[in-house]
Design a protein around this ligand. Sequence first.
Ligand SMILES: [Zn+2]
Length: 134
Amino acid sequence: MGSEILSATSSPRHVDVTLALAMRRGFLGRCPSCGRTPLFQSYLKQVQFCPACGADFGSIRADDAAPWLTLIVVGHLFLPLIFFVNLGAFLPFWLGVTSWAAFYCGVALVFLLRAQGLFIGVLWITHAPGSESG
Ligand SMILES: [Zn+2]
């Protein structure tokens, strides 16, 4: 197992992992390299190394990409729900506004984690800038 980790960390890229696969695994919160272990050790904090394959994620910084994508997706796909579901018809105004705010906070927090994983997958597979190691 030690030699597997050594070869995984010393190779510049896993050739059997495509960009789409790395993105999908990251979006699902799994290691973009092998998909066997969780990518995050806590909310938005990725693991330093994958314990299964040894892929290095410690130096990857997704920065503002995940919040940007979250704003785009939540704002454009979920926000129009407000116009179609009139909570004011059967709830007091203050309760309707509070309910929508709580709903959007929850959706944004859930999607932010997915977007963070997606961009970590992209940065890992492409070795794009965003990594502190250069
Ligand atoms: Zn892995």
